[in-house]
Design a protein around this ligand. Structure first.
Ligand code: TYD
Length: 242
């Protein structure tokens, strides 16, 4: 996971070195997530980690094409077709980018990943957790985030931000889904954090960006420090395993 940076906080005996570490950033639209993502990546690189920064939907050439379909307002996709497309892009992403990077010991940071499907398609669009889980088992399997940061913000404020930002480029079909949809998505993320409190950390995003950035850096630094202790590895259920 490390470059040869002498200021690196980890040593050659680091137990994580052979299996990497996977961090994801999540949140409803308009929480400032993409800005915080860039800042987190910069922070981790300064600390000496070899960071693979990626995003969903996207992350591969095929994934970016799928993203274009998903983001197009004109497409009339059913909820299941949408879910299947997200997972088609994710299959490519996991197999060709995320898994190899983790296997070579890198620190993978993704702007959105599978929790987004559980929350948006499973919860907010009503497909249900079991349907998403079926695809997730087959496609992500054991490649699951070690740490997930959920940027949390009142959906009214978040939607105003998102619509303001998109006024130039045209509103995406997701943001056009409206306040009620964003409310359901927020509730989905908060429920996820209650279910898996060790892995999923909620960051209050209604504060000045610098404060949010500092909070994120503190949480990530602490979790990475903990994860170097052999017994501190977390699985999706929030239970510890080695
Ligand atoms: P994007 O422009 O990346 O939004 P943001 O910058 O706010 O992350 O658009 C991603 C949209 O796709 C966002 O509204 C969430 C949605 N999405 C899903 O509905 N399911 C998924 O599995 C993923 C990865 C994204």
């Amino acid at each position: 996971m490390l470059t040869s940076n002498p200021a690196s906080p980890q040593t050659a005996k680091d137990p994580l070195k052979s299996r990497g570490f996977f961090i994801t950033l999540e949140g409803i639209d308009g929480t400032g997530k993409s800005t915080q993502f860039r800042r987190l990546v910069r922070h981790l690189r300064k600390r000496g980690y070899a960071v693979r920064a990626t995003r969903e939907p996207g992350g591969t050439a095929v994934g970016e094409k799928v993203r274009a379909i998903l983001m197009s307002e004109k497409e009339e996709l059913t909820a299941l077709a949408e879910l299947a497309l997200f997972y088609a892009a994710r299959a490519q992403h996991v197999e060709t980018v995320i898994r190899p990077a983790l296997e070579s010991g890198e620190l993978v940071v993704s702007d959105r990943f599978n929790d987004c499907s559980f929350v948006y398609q499973g919860h907010a669009r009503g497909l249900g957790r079991r349907t998403v889980k079926l695809l997730d088992r087959a496609i992500c399997g054991p490649t699951q985030p070690d740490l997930t940061l959920v940027l949390d913000l009142d959906p009214r404020l978040a939607l105003e931000r998102a619509l303001g930002r998109d006024a130039r480029s045209g509103t995406s079909r997701f943001e056009a889904a409206g306040l009620e949809f964003q409310r359901r998505a927020r509730a989905g993320y908060l429920a996820l954090a209650r279910r898996e409190p060790r892995r999923v950390r909620v960051i209050e995003a209604g504060r000045p960006p610098r404060e949010v950035e500092a909070d994120i850096a503190d949480v990530v630094d602490e979790v990475l420090r903990e994860s170097r202790k052999p017994k501190a590895r977390m699985d999706r259920s929030g239970a510890k395993s080695t």
